[in-house]
Design a protein around this ligand. Sequence first.
Ligand SMILES: Cc1ncc(COP(=O)(O)O)c(C=O)c1O
Length: 372
Amino acid sequence: MRIPIPQHIQEIVPYPPGKPLDELERQYGVTKAIKLASNENPWGPSPKALAAITEALPKLHRYPDGSSYVLTQALAKHLDCPPEMVVLGNGSDEMLGLLVEACMEPGDEALSSFPSFLMYQKCVQIQGSKNTVLPLRDMRHDLDAIAAAANEKTRLIFLDNPNNPTGTVFDEEALLRLCAALPDTAVVVLDEAYRDFVEPALQLDSVRLIREQANRKGAQIVALRTFSKAYGLAGLRLGYGLMLPELASMLHRVRHPFNVNSLAQVAAIAAINDREHYERTIQGTRQGMAFLQEEVSKLGCRCFPSQSNFFLVDVHGDANQLYEAMLYKGVITRSMHAYEFPHYLRITVGTEAENRRFVSALADCLKELSYV
Ligand SMILES: Cc1ncc(COP(=O)(O)O)c(C=O)c1O
């Protein structure tokens, strides 16, 4: 190719998405396959969101409201914060990109952990900026090492809480200690994609922490949330950031004018008002997590505790081979081989029937491969 693509773009490793169900069924000749690989909501979208989408369909010839006015107002009311603190994006993935574009220049640095969500590093690479990646300690973000690694070039510190893939969380005291140790030219990006699944006593009150930050020294906090997980709208692509209005106004300069589609806007308003669907998802996830951890432990594997809708399992053997063997049973999981956990699978909690099917397939495959 003669086009001089910049070196930093050529070096990007494409993001490895979970295998789609249709592809698995085609490739492996299985039917009624199940996917416990991408931390989606197995109960589907809220019926109220579906009704709102159906009602909005005849207006698809119109551009969406570029300011997402009604949704922004609804979210601000729901979260009890000023609407100026809210920036919406095409998934929280887009929010990551907007933050990098608004805050980073090529010489600047971002800090993140490994293993953690891979999109952080990718967005920074696209910008041609530098990634400094620190290992987890005891499956957790090593906040002391992160504080020690920061310097005057550090702009963004990405922390998913809970962390994907370990499901671990940190508390308010640890977060504030980190912020205080960082320069005020840095932003802590608190990615709360899985916040809804965290035990209430362990949930950070990020809205309050952001509102109060004018009174604190050190790095400021931006919280990112999504409708892809607890709200079951991953396919619509909707996430948002909560931040001080001054930074929000910078992100509005960067974002594309119609970055949130009209169906996502109406569906999200309906979804935040559908408490029944939300509660069913949270309760179903808790029950499913308890069931899976008990049954998988009985099979001789080690399950790691998680504050999310997924958890890690040490299968005591090569995770890639087990992942492949499970595909032949029509069950998609995620091997953690590429995350330097060669013996771990990451499992998303499914519906009751999916969880049973997974346990039975796992039992068969563990025996076939003589892992336990
Ligand atoms: C930690 C974390 N953050 C963000 C996302 C992306 O969410 P969205 O669908 O809103 O782009 C994911 C998706 O899996 C995730 O695991």
